[in-house]
Design a protein around this ligand. Structure first.
Ligand code: AMP
Length: 295
């Protein structure tokens, strides 16, 4: 099972990848995590990547592609993988296609996690990560005390929660802009290949996981383990025919959910108001692509 999770920063790619990883026993490959590890180790690659990361911009393609090539060559990726935060632009998506063609391991599915702009900002501001095991918590959905009371599997001590340096307001705005400009075109790229499903990634985490499982199931995958928090069932080999189904219409309509003005939504978020849904893009493109995908 080879999956890409596509979505803006804060859409829950990391959280859902971790759950899917447990259920399917395949690794989560997060370029953000790989880059942060390189920065923390002070490697040459880390030094080169740091400036772009601190500014909320994309790290140079050749650096990221080098990391991905190395990571996908590791033995645990042979049974499959979940790509989280990669690809992030068309050049990376094309390079991934070529790499996977060489490995004779094409993608099975690309799932877009759709979240309203205001909700993204709210989630990012509440996001905390365990400095030791990397598990992601959110203060809004999982109060700090609760997560600190849980034990870190790495250290055996309570999780040590930190806020990522690039989760500050200015950088978040730039990351969302970069997503809209460079990553969003991948929705069309993968839809045209019949690989795309879009799910509503707002609401309870468990509910989003259920939608994700359903989307993968609809792409011809067996249903993931019933409980994503416990060990899951074994995966069978994918049936590719299912990949031609079109994503739900609502999703095609609001692909550009990061276009809202940050200041207004930020204010709403900080007051704890529910975020309003961004006005959707025209659904015509989605229907056209659906016809193309069905051909
Ligand atoms: P993430 O943890 O996925 O939000 O990524 C954090 C930061 O790492 C991003 O804002 C980028 O600066 C960098 N980054 C992560 N993945 C990529 C990628 N595929 N291409 C370029 N830069 C990336």
């Amino acid at each position: 099972m080879r999956i890409v999770l596509l979505g803006a920063p804060g859409s829950g790619k990391g959280t859902q990848s971790q759950r899917l990883m447990q259920a399917e026993h395949i690794p989560q490959v997060s370029t953000g995590d790989l880059l942060r590890a390189a920065v923390a180790r002070g490697t040459e690659l880390g030094r080169k990547a740091k400036e772009a990361m601190d500014g909320g911009r994309l790290v140079a393609d050749e650096l990221v592609l080098g990391l991905i090539r190395e990571r996908l060559a590791e033995p645990d990726a042979r049974r499959g993988f979940i790509l989280d935060g990669f690809p992030r632009n068309l050049a990376q998506a094309q390079a991934l296609d070529r790499l996977l063609a060489t490995l004779r391991q094409p993608l099975d599915a690309v799932v877009q996690l759709e979240v309203d702009y205001g909700e993204l900002v709210r989630r990012i501001s509440g996001r905390r990560t365990c400095a030791d095991c990397g598990r992601v918590f959110n203060l809004f959905t999982c109060p700090e005390q609760l997560s600190e009371n849980q034990l870190c599997p790495r250290t055996g001590a309570p999780h040590r929660l930190i806020q990522r340096p690039d989760d500050n307001e200015a950088t978040v705005t730039e990351r969302l802009r970069v997503y809209d400009e460079q990553t969003r075109p991948l929705i069309e790229f993968y839809r045209a290949r019949g690989l795309l499903r879009t799910i509503n990634a707002e609401g309870e985490v468990d509910e989003v996981t259920r939608r994700l499982e359903q989307a993968l199931h609809a792409m011809g995958r067996p249903k993931a383990a019933k409980s994503v928090s416990g060990p899951g069932g074994k995966s069978r080999s994918p049936r590719r025919g299912g990949a031609r189904q079109e994503a739900p219409r609502r999703a095609a309509k609001s692909a550009s959910s990061v276009r809202r003005k940050p200041a207004a939504t930020n204010r709403a978020a900080s007051k704890g108001k529910p975020a309003r849904r961004a006005p959707g893009r025209t659904g015509t493109g989605g229907r056209r692509s659906a016809r193309r995908a069905r051909r």
